[in-house]
Design a protein around this ligand. Structure first.
Ligand code: FES
Ligand SMILES: [Fe+2]
Length: 340
Protein backbone atom coordinates (compact mmCIF):
# COMPACT_ATOMS: atom_id res chain seq x y z
CA UNK A 1 0.00 0.00 0.00
CA UNK A 2 1.47 3.36 -1.06
CA UNK A 3 0.58 6.96 -0.32
CA UNK A 4 -0.69 8.12 -3.69
CA UNK A 5 -1.45 11.81 -3.25
CA UNK A 6 2.18 12.89 -3.09
CA UNK A 7 5.03 13.80 -5.44
CA UNK A 8 7.62 11.11 -6.09
CA UNK A 9 10.77 11.38 -8.18
CA UNK A 10 10.10 9.47 -11.41
CA UNK A 11 13.48 10.00 -13.06
CA UNK A 12 16.52 12.19 -13.28
CA UNK A 13 15.88 14.90 -15.85
CA UNK A 14 18.90 13.73 -17.85
CA UNK A 15 17.38 10.25 -18.27
CA UNK A 16 14.28 11.52 -20.07
CA UNK A 17 14.43 12.75 -23.65
CA UNK A 18 13.07 12.05 -27.12
CA UNK A 19 13.12 8.31 -26.58
CA UNK A 20 10.58 6.22 -24.68
CA UNK A 21 11.58 5.33 -21.12
CA UNK A 22 9.71 2.64 -19.20
CA UNK A 23 9.74 2.80 -15.41
CA UNK A 24 7.62 0.93 -12.90
CA UNK A 25 6.45 3.31 -10.16
CA UNK A 26 4.17 2.43 -7.23
CA UNK A 27 3.70 -0.90 -9.01
CA UNK A 28 2.30 0.72 -12.15
CA UNK A 29 3.99 0.75 -15.58
CA UNK A 30 4.80 4.34 -16.58
CA UNK A 31 6.10 5.74 -19.86
CA UNK A 32 8.26 8.88 -19.74
CA UNK A 33 9.42 11.08 -22.61
CA UNK A 34 9.76 14.73 -23.58
CA UNK A 35 7.50 16.54 -26.02
CA UNK A 36 8.95 18.62 -28.81
CA UNK A 37 9.05 21.66 -26.50
CA UNK A 38 11.13 19.67 -23.97
CA UNK A 39 8.32 19.34 -21.40
CA UNK A 40 8.20 15.90 -19.72
CA UNK A 41 5.19 13.63 -20.32
CA UNK A 42 4.15 10.62 -18.21
CA UNK A 43 1.56 8.13 -19.45
CA UNK A 44 0.46 4.71 -18.32
CA UNK A 45 2.78 2.35 -20.18
CA UNK A 46 -0.05 0.03 -21.17
CA UNK A 47 -1.95 0.47 -24.42
CA UNK A 48 -5.73 0.50 -23.92
CA UNK A 49 -6.16 -1.91 -26.86
CA UNK A 50 -4.34 -5.10 -25.85
CA UNK A 51 -2.09 -3.80 -23.07
CA UNK A 52 1.18 -3.76 -25.01
CA UNK A 53 3.76 -1.42 -23.43
CA UNK A 54 3.70 1.90 -25.27
CA UNK A 55 7.42 2.15 -24.53
CA UNK A 56 7.85 -0.44 -27.30
CA UNK A 57 6.29 2.00 -29.75
CA UNK A 58 7.43 5.18 -31.49
CA UNK A 59 7.30 8.91 -30.88
CA UNK A 60 5.57 10.98 -33.57
CA UNK A 61 6.09 14.59 -32.60
CA UNK A 62 4.41 14.99 -29.22
CA UNK A 63 2.41 11.79 -29.66
CA UNK A 64 3.25 8.15 -29.07
CA UNK A 65 2.20 5.31 -31.36
CA UNK A 66 1.75 1.82 -29.94
CA UNK A 67 4.20 -0.57 -31.59
CA UNK A 68 1.69 -3.44 -31.74
CA UNK A 69 -1.36 -2.29 -33.81
CA UNK A 70 -0.60 1.42 -34.09
CA UNK A 71 -3.04 3.25 -31.77
CA UNK A 72 -1.81 6.86 -31.53
CA UNK A 73 -1.97 8.78 -28.22
CA UNK A 74 -1.77 12.46 -27.30
CA UNK A 75 0.30 13.54 -24.25
CA UNK A 76 -3.10 13.85 -22.50
CA UNK A 77 -3.46 10.08 -22.93
CA UNK A 78 -6.37 10.35 -25.39
CA UNK A 79 -6.22 7.99 -28.38
CA UNK A 80 -6.55 10.14 -31.52
CA UNK A 81 -6.00 7.59 -34.28
CA UNK A 82 -6.61 3.90 -34.88
CA UNK A 83 -5.14 2.69 -38.18
CA UNK A 84 -7.77 1.78 -40.81
CA UNK A 85 -10.63 2.80 -38.52
CA UNK A 86 -12.69 6.00 -38.80
CA UNK A 87 -14.25 5.66 -35.39
CA UNK A 88 -12.40 5.76 -32.08
CA UNK A 89 -14.33 3.96 -29.31
CA UNK A 90 -15.28 6.09 -26.33
CA UNK A 91 -12.89 5.54 -23.45
CA UNK A 92 -9.94 4.82 -25.75
CA UNK A 93 -7.26 6.47 -23.66
CA UNK A 94 -4.50 5.76 -21.21
CA UNK A 95 -3.90 7.49 -17.93
CA UNK A 96 -1.82 10.64 -18.01
CA UNK A 97 0.04 11.60 -14.82
CA UNK A 98 0.83 15.14 -13.65
CA UNK A 99 4.59 15.75 -13.82
CA UNK A 100 6.80 18.60 -12.82
CA UNK A 101 10.52 19.19 -13.44
CA UNK A 102 12.66 20.78 -10.71
CA UNK A 103 16.44 20.99 -10.72
CA UNK A 104 17.85 17.51 -11.46
CA UNK A 105 14.58 15.56 -11.25
CA UNK A 106 11.20 14.86 -12.82
CA UNK A 107 8.46 14.43 -10.23
CA UNK A 108 5.24 12.50 -10.74
CA UNK A 109 1.87 12.56 -8.97
CA UNK A 110 0.29 9.09 -9.01
CA UNK A 111 -2.85 9.96 -7.01
CA UNK A 112 -5.89 12.13 -7.75
CA UNK A 113 -4.74 14.53 -10.53
CA UNK A 114 -7.09 17.22 -9.20
CA UNK A 115 -4.99 17.35 -6.03
CA UNK A 116 -1.60 17.66 -7.77
CA UNK A 117 -0.14 20.99 -6.70
CA UNK A 118 3.34 21.85 -7.98
CA UNK A 119 3.93 24.04 -4.93
CA UNK A 120 4.04 20.82 -2.85
CA UNK A 121 7.19 19.51 -4.61
CA UNK A 122 9.84 19.39 -1.87
CA UNK A 123 12.20 22.35 -1.76
CA UNK A 124 15.51 22.68 0.06
CA UNK A 125 17.91 25.44 0.77
CA UNK A 126 20.51 24.39 -1.77
CA UNK A 127 18.59 25.50 -4.83
CA UNK A 128 20.16 28.93 -4.69
CA UNK A 129 22.52 29.16 -7.66
CA UNK A 130 26.23 29.68 -7.17
CA UNK A 131 26.60 28.68 -3.55
CA UNK A 132 26.13 24.93 -3.90
CA UNK A 133 27.35 22.14 -6.15
CA UNK A 134 25.01 19.20 -6.69
CA UNK A 135 26.23 15.74 -7.79
CA UNK A 136 23.16 13.55 -8.45
CA UNK A 137 23.02 9.77 -8.82
CA UNK A 138 20.63 6.84 -9.16
CA UNK A 139 20.57 3.14 -8.26
CA UNK A 140 17.75 0.59 -8.52
CA UNK A 141 17.53 -1.38 -5.26
CA UNK A 142 15.84 -4.76 -4.73
CA UNK A 143 14.40 -3.80 -1.36
CA UNK A 144 11.35 -1.94 -0.15
CA UNK A 145 11.78 1.85 -0.14
CA UNK A 146 10.91 1.64 3.56
CA UNK A 147 14.15 -0.24 4.25
CA UNK A 148 15.97 2.67 2.57
CA UNK A 149 14.14 5.12 4.84
CA UNK A 150 15.16 3.03 7.87
CA UNK A 151 18.74 2.97 6.62
CA UNK A 152 18.94 6.74 6.24
CA UNK A 153 17.36 7.44 9.61
CA UNK A 154 19.60 5.04 11.51
CA UNK A 155 23.13 6.19 10.72
CA UNK A 156 24.66 3.81 13.25
CA UNK A 157 25.19 1.62 10.16
CA UNK A 158 27.72 4.08 8.69
CA UNK A 159 30.71 2.97 10.74
CA UNK A 160 30.07 -0.66 9.74
CA UNK A 161 28.77 -0.58 6.16
CA UNK A 162 30.81 2.41 4.98
CA UNK A 163 34.08 2.03 6.88
CA UNK A 164 36.02 2.15 3.59
CA UNK A 165 34.16 5.05 1.96
CA UNK A 166 32.22 7.68 3.87
CA UNK A 167 32.23 6.27 7.40
CA UNK A 168 34.50 6.63 10.40
CA UNK A 169 34.91 3.67 12.76
CA UNK A 170 34.64 6.26 15.54
CA UNK A 171 31.14 7.32 14.50
CA UNK A 172 29.52 5.87 17.63
CA UNK A 173 27.68 6.86 20.81
CA UNK A 174 26.13 9.99 19.31
CA UNK A 175 24.06 12.62 21.03
CA UNK A 176 20.76 11.93 19.29
CA UNK A 177 17.55 13.96 19.56
CA UNK A 178 14.32 13.43 17.60
CA UNK A 179 11.45 15.77 16.91
CA UNK A 180 8.52 15.58 14.51
CA UNK A 181 5.69 17.43 12.81
CA UNK A 182 2.58 16.52 10.88
CA UNK A 183 4.43 15.04 7.86
CA UNK A 184 8.05 14.89 8.99
CA UNK A 185 10.43 13.32 11.50
CA UNK A 186 13.85 14.82 12.21
CA UNK A 187 16.86 13.52 14.08
CA UNK A 188 19.89 15.54 15.11
CA UNK A 189 22.95 13.36 15.64
CA UNK A 190 26.28 14.69 16.90
CA UNK A 191 29.57 12.88 17.44
CA UNK A 192 32.57 14.80 18.77
CA UNK A 193 36.28 14.26 18.33
CA UNK A 194 36.08 11.33 15.96
CA UNK A 195 38.71 10.13 13.52
CA UNK A 196 37.99 11.38 9.96
CA UNK A 197 36.46 9.11 7.30
CA UNK A 198 38.29 8.34 4.04
CA UNK A 199 36.26 11.12 2.39
CA UNK A 200 37.12 13.65 5.08
CA UNK A 201 40.79 12.71 4.72
CA UNK A 202 40.41 13.43 1.01
CA UNK A 203 38.90 16.80 1.99
CA UNK A 204 42.08 17.57 3.94
CA UNK A 205 40.88 16.72 7.45
CA UNK A 206 43.65 14.51 8.88
CA UNK A 207 42.78 15.43 12.46
CA UNK A 208 39.82 14.71 14.80
CA UNK A 209 36.51 16.24 13.80
CA UNK A 210 33.10 17.06 15.24
CA UNK A 211 30.17 16.14 13.05
CA UNK A 212 26.48 16.90 13.24
CA UNK A 213 24.02 15.17 10.94
CA UNK A 214 20.40 16.25 10.73
CA UNK A 215 18.23 13.58 9.13
CA UNK A 216 14.84 14.87 8.00
CA UNK A 217 12.26 12.41 6.73
CA UNK A 218 9.29 13.90 4.91
CA UNK A 219 6.47 11.54 4.04
CA UNK A 220 6.22 9.54 1.98
CA UNK A 221 9.70 9.04 0.60
CA UNK A 222 12.25 11.84 1.06
CA UNK A 223 15.16 11.92 3.50
CA UNK A 224 17.49 14.93 3.57
CA UNK A 225 20.68 14.69 5.60
CA UNK A 226 22.54 17.87 6.50
CA UNK A 227 26.13 17.15 7.47
CA UNK A 228 28.21 19.77 9.25
CA UNK A 229 31.84 18.77 9.73
CA UNK A 230 34.31 20.88 11.72
CA UNK A 231 37.75 20.47 13.21
CA UNK A 232 37.38 19.31 16.82
CA UNK A 233 38.73 21.05 19.89
CA UNK A 234 40.08 24.18 18.20
CA UNK A 235 41.59 26.45 20.87
CA UNK A 236 40.11 29.95 21.14
CA UNK A 237 41.81 32.35 18.75
CA UNK A 238 43.10 29.60 16.45
CA UNK A 239 41.72 29.34 12.90
CA UNK A 240 39.59 26.28 12.15
CA UNK A 241 41.23 24.14 9.47
CA UNK A 242 38.07 22.37 8.39
CA UNK A 243 34.47 23.60 8.23
CA UNK A 244 32.21 22.14 5.53
CA UNK A 245 28.51 21.67 4.91
CA UNK A 246 27.01 18.95 2.77
CA UNK A 247 23.41 18.04 2.15
CA UNK A 248 22.49 14.60 0.91
CA UNK A 249 19.09 14.60 -0.77
CA UNK A 250 17.55 11.13 -0.92
CA UNK A 251 14.39 10.41 -2.90
CA UNK A 252 13.15 6.85 -2.48
CA UNK A 253 10.47 5.97 -4.98
CA UNK A 254 8.70 2.62 -4.68
CA UNK A 255 9.00 0.49 -7.79
CA UNK A 256 7.03 -2.41 -6.27
CA UNK A 257 6.36 -3.41 -2.67
CA UNK A 258 9.82 -4.98 -2.49
CA UNK A 259 11.92 -2.89 -4.92
CA UNK A 260 12.76 0.80 -5.12
CA UNK A 261 14.38 3.55 -7.16
CA UNK A 262 17.03 5.36 -5.16
CA UNK A 263 17.70 8.91 -6.43
CA UNK A 264 20.09 11.17 -4.55
CA UNK A 265 22.27 14.18 -4.78
CA UNK A 266 25.35 15.03 -2.77
CA UNK A 267 25.29 18.81 -2.45
CA UNK A 268 28.28 20.73 -1.02
CA UNK A 269 29.28 24.29 -0.26
CA UNK A 270 33.00 23.94 -1.07
CA UNK A 271 35.17 23.20 -4.14
CA UNK A 272 32.24 24.44 -6.18
CA UNK A 273 34.12 24.61 -9.51
CA UNK A 274 36.39 21.60 -8.98
CA UNK A 275 35.18 19.11 -11.60
CA UNK A 276 37.78 16.47 -10.66
CA UNK A 277 36.47 16.60 -7.08
CA UNK A 278 32.87 16.28 -8.33
CA UNK A 279 33.89 13.15 -10.26
CA UNK A 280 35.52 11.79 -7.10
CA UNK A 281 32.32 12.49 -5.09
CA UNK A 282 30.17 10.91 -7.80
CA UNK A 283 32.19 7.66 -7.74
CA UNK A 284 32.48 7.64 -3.96
CA UNK A 285 28.74 8.04 -3.41
CA UNK A 286 27.94 5.30 -5.93
CA UNK A 287 30.40 3.03 -4.09
CA UNK A 288 28.91 3.95 -0.72
CA UNK A 289 25.33 3.46 -1.85
CA UNK A 290 26.25 0.16 -3.47
CA UNK A 291 27.46 -0.85 0.00
CA UNK A 292 23.98 0.03 1.31
CA UNK A 293 22.31 -1.74 -1.60
CA UNK A 294 24.16 -5.00 -0.96
CA UNK A 295 23.04 -4.98 2.69
CA UNK A 296 19.45 -3.89 1.99
CA UNK A 297 18.92 -6.47 -0.73
CA UNK A 298 20.25 -9.20 1.55
CA UNK A 299 18.02 -7.87 4.37
CA UNK A 300 14.94 -7.83 2.11
CA UNK A 301 15.59 -11.39 0.95
CA UNK A 302 16.23 -12.55 4.53
CA UNK A 303 13.46 -10.82 6.45
CA UNK A 304 10.44 -12.75 7.64
CA UNK A 305 7.41 -10.63 8.65
CA UNK A 306 6.14 -13.48 10.85
CA UNK A 307 9.10 -13.06 13.17
CA UNK A 308 9.57 -10.24 15.71
CA UNK A 309 12.42 -7.70 15.55
CA UNK A 310 14.20 -6.21 18.54
CA UNK A 311 14.10 -2.40 18.65
CA UNK A 312 16.80 -0.25 20.20
CA UNK A 313 16.95 3.50 20.78
CA UNK A 314 18.55 4.12 17.36
CA UNK A 315 15.37 2.80 15.71
CA UNK A 316 13.27 5.59 17.17
CA UNK A 317 13.32 7.74 14.01
CA UNK A 318 12.35 4.98 11.63
CA UNK A 319 9.60 3.73 13.93
CA UNK A 320 8.14 7.25 14.11
CA UNK A 321 8.43 7.59 10.33
CA UNK A 322 6.57 4.31 9.78
CA UNK A 323 3.77 5.34 12.15
CA UNK A 324 3.45 8.72 10.45
CA UNK A 325 3.29 7.16 6.99
CA UNK A 326 0.80 4.50 8.13
CA UNK A 327 -1.44 7.28 9.48
CA UNK A 328 -1.28 9.26 6.21
CA UNK A 329 -2.05 6.16 4.13
CA UNK A 330 -4.99 5.27 6.41
CA UNK A 331 -6.35 8.83 6.10
CA UNK A 332 -6.01 8.73 2.32
CA UNK A 333 -7.80 5.38 2.18
CA UNK A 334 -10.60 6.68 4.41
CA UNK A 335 -11.12 9.75 2.21
CA UNK A 336 -11.07 7.62 -0.95
CA UNK A 337 -13.69 5.23 0.52
CA UNK A 338 -15.87 8.14 1.64
CA UNK A 339 -15.69 9.73 -1.84
CA UNK A 340 -16.56 6.40 -3.48
S1 FES B 1 -1.93 -3.27 -28.13
FE1 FES B 1 -1.55 -1.24 -28.68
S2 FES B 1 -2.50 -0.99 -30.59
FE2 FES B 1 -2.90 -3.03 -30.04
FE1 LIG C 1 24.45 4.05 4.17
Amino acid sequence: MFLRNAWYVAAEGREVGRTLLHRRLLDEPVLLYRGEDGAPVALADRCCHRHAPLSKGLLEGDRVRCGYHGFLYEPSGVCVEIPDRDRIPPGARVRSYPVCEREDWIWIWMGDPARADASLVPTYYTNRPGRWKSVPGYLPVASSYLLLVDNLLDLSHVSFVHANTIGSRDDKNPELVWDRGDRWVRGTRTVRGMAPSPRQMQDGADFPIDQTKIMTYTAPADVFIDIWTREASVPAGQAMRHDTTQLILDFLTPETATTAHYFWSNVRNYKLDDDAYSTYVDRLMVRAFEEDRAMLEAQQANSDPRLPMIDVVGDSGSLQARRLLDRLIAEEQRLASAAA
